[in-house]
Design a protein around this ligand. Structure first.
Ligand code: N01
Length: 546
């Protein structure tokens, strides 16, 4: 509960809908709500549209969902006219695509760039949200749609002496728009999650020397990227409606019908039922994927550990120096607990003479000074520091602003023990607030574009129903929210993702002090959509309208 009295808002707001963010979700929100006849504005802190794909422009940045599936399905013309060039799209290609979307649908006139939202307050009497920005006067709207991203708030770790470093300190998630010339530079990279793993081979190519500081080794699997076959693209365009329908009945929102190999999933093989000879034969045959094909490894820790050992054997076969190979081998947490990392020649990069691995488990970072990084293992000189240290995922963009609902209560306080939502879409005590791909929805566990379109359409349908009935306020009940949170927790419990040895950002474990709560919905996008549609069919059971 806060002490600040909410400011009074005008009875007639400036906009029907205020959207926060102009990434994929914000762009589609502007288009869709406008098509439905609502007045809408999107507030975006960046100097361009694209969200994730505007900010994360580090070398090697690429999506791991096939381009033909990682694209909007709301416009057949858009589907037909846009030509993808690679199986998995790179950041520049996705950014170009999203700028094309903004222009093609004339979205920019309702988007305010360089407008950072710092808070929003709900006026219960007026039923209006007042949104505060760093850019100027507050903006009012009947509804507030947070399209502010799941991985949009960089985690900025405490690194003693960082401010004394003489050279540039670059975040992969805030990479300079004009690029950086790293030729002849000694680069120090901290962080070996998806961003660090993707950028390692590219930074090694660009720099004079690359030193990778690794706190936790990562399970990574090779990307099957390459030029997109024009014939595959042509065929897909002929059958796009089937593909889009198929995405919504698939747990991950990806049909795989374009032939792209995404990631080997578990087959009907059981590692506990085969001897070492057969396991090694599978390793010969499937290489890295030999660690992913075992059905019993999904739930049985003993089976999982055997799969991990196959993975480590693959690291040993790839990395020349046995000590470096051992340092790069993950231990102590299961395969499947963290977000799978997809790489291009990551392990091979450590065979280069101009690349050094510093295993922080043998002694952590003690201090940074003007010329480099001091660890218990020695001093490493550097001209440029690159931080690939992750995000305050799923909740950061909502809890790090001053978001106040009924009685001026701050969302950060309401979620002090972890986020609670109904369907990841609404929070009790915060009427007329919608969170796109919020905690408790499939979001980061599925094709984000499909998740975004489904959420925006669900919200649009709800707002249209309200307009038709002359209603001006909608809010989830506490009971429906509690029931949804119980369901989210129940489906997560048997998976490796909630194993006690797992310290992932799915659990908030990467942010000091963040409550350990499993954030996304792991029941599958298809199951989720069924449940979200059942709520609508049941006349919005669990939601109260005024
Ligand atoms: O972040 P991460 P990310 N000292 O949190 C280390 C998506 N994504 O940006 O594991 C030293 O995974 C930290 O170490 P540890 C995707 O969903 C997708 O890489 O905490 N190290 C870890 O190694 C992904 O999962 C793609 O011990 C420190 C790293 O920093 C998500 O974004 C590409 C440290 C952070 O890894 C996040 O990925 C990029 C410290 N003080 C991103 N603090 C695709 O390929 C943190 N670390 C599609």
């Amino acid at each position: 509960m806060t002490e600040t009295a909410p400011p009074s808002a005008p009875a007639v707001p400036q906009f029907d809908v205020v959207v926060v963010g102009a990434g994929m979700a914000g762009l589609y929100a502007v288009h869709h709500f406008r098509e439905l006849g609502f007045s809408v504005v999107a507030l975006e802190q960046g100097a361009g549209v694209g969200g994730t794909w505007f900010w994360n422009r580090y070398p090697g940045c690429r999506c791991d969902v096939p381009s033909l599936e990682y694209s909007f399905g709301f416009s057949e013309e858009l589907e037909q006219e846009w030509e993808w060039t690679e199986v998995f799209p790179s950041q520049p290609e996705i950014e170009r695509y999203l700028n094309h979307v903004a222009d093609r649908f004339d979205l920019r006139r309702d988007i305010r760039l360089e407008t950072k939202v710092v808070g929003a307050t709900y006026d219960e009497a007026a039923q209006v949200w007042t949104v505060a920005t760093e850019a100027g006067d507050p903006i009012t709207g009947r509804f507030l749609v947070m399209a502010s991203g799941n991985l949009s708030v960089p985690q900025t770790p405490e690194l003693p002496g960082r401010e004394t470093f003489a050279g540039p300190v670059l975040y992969t998630s805030m990479w300079p728009r004009d690029g950086v010339d790293l030729s002849g530079q000694r680069v120090a990279l901290i962080g070996t999650g998806s961003s660090g793993v993707q950028s390692t081979p590219e930074l090694a190519d660009m720099a004079a020397h690359l030193t990778v500081f690794q706190r936790t080794p990562t399970y990574t699997w090779p990307s099957y990227n390459g030029p997109l076959d024009p014939e595959v693209q042509r065929r897909t365009k002929e059958h796009y409606r089937e593909l889009r329908a198929g995405q919504r009945t698939n747990p991950g929102g990806v049909t795989g019908s374009t032939g792209a190999i995404i990631l080997q999933t578990a087959e009907d093989r059981r590692i506990l039922e085969v001897g070492e000879e057969e396991r090694l034969a599978v390793l010969e045959e499937l290489r890295w994927n030999a660690s992913r094909v075992w059905f019993d490894a999904l739930t049985n820790p003993e089976a999982n550990e055997l799969a991990c050992e196959l993975y480590r054997e693959m690291v040993r076969r790839t990395v020349d120096d046995p000590e470096v190979a051992e340092s790069l081998s993950p231990r102590g947490f299961p395969i499947g607990c963290k977000r799978p990392v997809i790489d291009t020649h990551y392990f091979e990069t450590f065979n280069r003479d101009d690349v050094t691995l510093v295993d922080l488990r043998k002694g952590g970072i003690e201090a940074i000074d003007a010329g480099g990084i001091r660890t218990a293992q020695g001093y490493f000189e550097a001209d440029v520091l690159v931080l690939a240290t992750g995000f305050d995922a799923m909740t950061g963009a909502l809890t790090r602003i001053d978001l106040r609902g009924r009685d001026g209560r701050l969302l950060r306080d309401v979620w002090a023990e972890g986020p609670r939502t109904n369907l990841g879409l609404q929070v009790a005590g915060f009427p007329n607030l919608f969170t796109v791909t919020g905690p408790g929805s499939p979001s980061v566990l599925a094709n984000m574009v499909v998740c975004i379109e489904q959420h925006i359409e669900w919200i649009g349908e709800c707002l249209t129903r309200m307009r038709d009935r002359g209603q001006t306020e909608v809010e989830t009940t506490v009971e429906a929210q509690d029931a949804w949170v119980d369901h989210v927790n129940a489906v997560a419990a048997p998976t490796m993702m909630t194993a006690s040895s797992c310290n992932s950002w799915y659990l908030g474990a990467n942010i000091p002090g963040k409550p350990r709560v499993f954030l996304p919905y792991v029941g599958g996008l298809n199951q989720y959509i069924e449940r979200a549609e059942a709520v609508v069919a049941d006349d919005y059971a669990g939601f109260v309208f005024a």
